[in-house]
Design a protein around this ligand. Structure first.
Ligand SMILES: [Zn+2]
Length: 179
């Protein structure tokens, strides 16, 4: 669920002038879409398979192809910004999964390399699969670790960028008129 933090932050920073509502909506869906691969479990797809959990759908190429496909379909006015926004929304999913402390890593370099990767540090507690597992003590621990390692840093980053922007505007207004 916390994957949505990335497109939400992007939407706040870029604003409605650069991103249309449909693009923002698709961004939110894209941030969570890679986990669609869990439908493979009941179908007998192994976790470690190419199309298993955290496999091909978590790759950078899958994110790029999905972003370009959606931009071609939606034809947004600022199509380069929309492409980058959608790519980051989905690519961040695999990258965040690499920071979790369980399961297998993410196949971010598929199809060039099937290997599952983890980041050098894995501070985020891995989210259990399935709702019944989630509503438990472990679920609470996962939520807390996601707040600490995803929501807080992203909020601080967004706040800092917005603050800098405001400061720069004020500086320009004060010094621009003086010249
Ligand atoms: Zn995932």
């Amino acid at each position: 669920m916390s994957h949505a933090a990335v497109p939400i932050a992007g939407a706040i920073l870029l604003g409605r002038r650069r991103l249309s509502l449909p693009v923002i909506g698709i961004g939110l869906v894209f941030a969570m879409l890679p986990d669609i691969d869990v439908i493979g479990f009941p179908l007998g797809v192994d976790y470690a398979d190419t199309w298993g959990h955290r496999g091909a759908t978590h790759s950078l190429l899958f994110a790029a192809a999905s972003a370009l496909f959606m931009v071609a379909l939606l034809r947004p006015r600022h199509y380069i910004i929309a492409s980058v926004y959608l790519f980051i929304a989905m690519a961040s999913h695999g990258l965040l999964d690499m920071l979790t402390n369980g399961g297998l890593g993410a196949a971010i370099l598929w199809p060039w390399n099937d290997q599952r990767y983890f980041a050098p540090i894995t501070p985020i507690a891995v989210s259990p699969l399935g709702i019944s597992n989630f509503i438990s003590q472990r679920g609470a621990r996962v939520l807390l670790s996601e707040i600490i390692w995803i929501w807080v840093p992203i909020s601080v980053l967004v706040g800092a960028i917005l603050g800098l922007k405001k400061w720069r505007l004020r500086w320009l207004r004060q010094n621009g008129t003086a010249q």
